[in-house]
Design a protein around this ligand. Structure first.
Ligand code: SAM
Length: 324
């Protein structure tokens, strides 16, 4: 019996398992990380192709089954099974990651891998089709969202295979896709919280103009708060006031992008623009003038490239406006 809650859908098509292993480009010297090995159909082929397989599996019954399957075979001393939740496990060194994962951990796992050090060569992962299409979406595509921008900032992502439901037992409700994720080397040198805080705001409503998003009261007051906090911090560096270390920089939404599935981009948010409320603040003018200077006022996040986002962020930063 399989546990639905653990996303247990076993790959039953051996041709597909072969195709995944072949696409991974495994070298005989590779240490491979497998996430959610289940009964070990993929694990076996990985052991044939590489030097070492480290498999992280949540379900103790599956761990037992896996160990039993390879016990007494030449594979057994090249397989290391870690029982536990991959999201809570300190990952060891690996060259390549291959996984047919439970779809509920897609987003946090993707970010765990993107931030893993030292960077691995590539990850070949089965995702729910829609999630995969979000990962690879380009500016202007319907599914282009915060998840696309953030992932592609840290990695090159490509779609490898479309996989129908019937390749699994039991079949899941949705179609799947295999995706390749190759971390960029060297890693982009940007403060991740700053970058994520900025992208989060741009995508509050991805089809609204940046001009109207950055005129929203909640956005302006958040940015102004950050601005004042930073000024106070800078001012106090000479005076060395105690207690300033604890000052919190505000961000929009919840703390961890990592736990977010990025699926909420079209969600309706309150858009209370501060316009027409009498006095226009000096700070608002500052923000708007940055947008105008870079010709970003009429642009929309849904159509902006990585480079444009980076340009705008660095213009904001130059003006002393920060997002983390
Ligand atoms: N790799 C096998 C295959 O392709 O046939 C099984 C894939 S099945 C979609 C997902 C596997 O991940 C299950 O064996 C499940 O027990 C395991 N799993 C679920 N949540 C997990 C987690 N948080 N950490 C590690 N493994 C997990």
């Amino acid at each position: 019996t399989f546990h639905k809650s653990k996303g247990q859908h076993i790959l039953k098509n051996p041709l597909l398992v072969d195709a995944i292993v072949q696409k991974a480009g495994i070298k005989p010297t590779d240490t491979i990380l497998e996430i959610g090995p289940g009964t070990g159909n993929l694990t076996k082929k990985l052991l044939e192709a590489g030097k070492m397989v480290i498999a992280v599996e949540l379900d103790p019954r599956m761990v037992l089954e896996l160990q039993r399957r390879f016990q007494g075979t030449p594979f057994s001393n090249r397989l290391k099974v870690i029982q536990g939740d991959v999201l809570k496990t300190d990952l060891p060194y690996f060259d390549i990651c291959v996984a047919n994962i439970p779809y509920q951990i897609s987003s946090p796992l993707t970010f765990k891998l993107l931030f893993h050090q030292p960077a691995f060569r590539c990850a070949i992962i089965m995702f729910q089709r829609e999630f995969a299409m979000r990962l690879v979406a380009q500016p202007g595509d319907n599914l282009y969202c915060r998840l696309s921008v953030n992932t592609q900032f840290y990695a090159r992502v490509s779609h490898l295979l479309k996989v129908g439901k019937n390749n699994f037992r039991p079949p899941p409700k949705v179609d799947s896709s295999v995706v390749r994720i190759e971390p960029r080397k060297p890693r982009p040198e940007v403060n991740h919280k700053e970058w994520d805080g900025f992208i989060r705001i741009c995508f509050i409503r991805k089809n609204k103009t940046l001009g109207s998003i950055f005129k929203q009261k909640n956005v302006l007051s958040l940015l102004e708060k950050n601005y004042k906090t930073l000024q106070a911090l800078q001012g106090s560096q000479n005076v060395s006031l105690s207690g300033n270390d604890d000052m919190e920089i505000a961000r929009l939404g919840d703390e961890s992008m990592e736990m977010d599935d990025g699926m909420d981009d079209d969600m309706d948010m309150e858009c209370d623009e501060a316009e027409g409320e009498g006095e226009v603040s000096e700070f608002k003018n500052k923000v708007i003038s940055v947008l105008k200077e870079g010709k970003f006022e009429e642009q929309r996040a849904s159509k902006l490239s990585q480079e444009s986002f980076l340009t705008l962020l660095s213009m904001f930063n130059k003006a002393g406006i920060h997002f983390s």
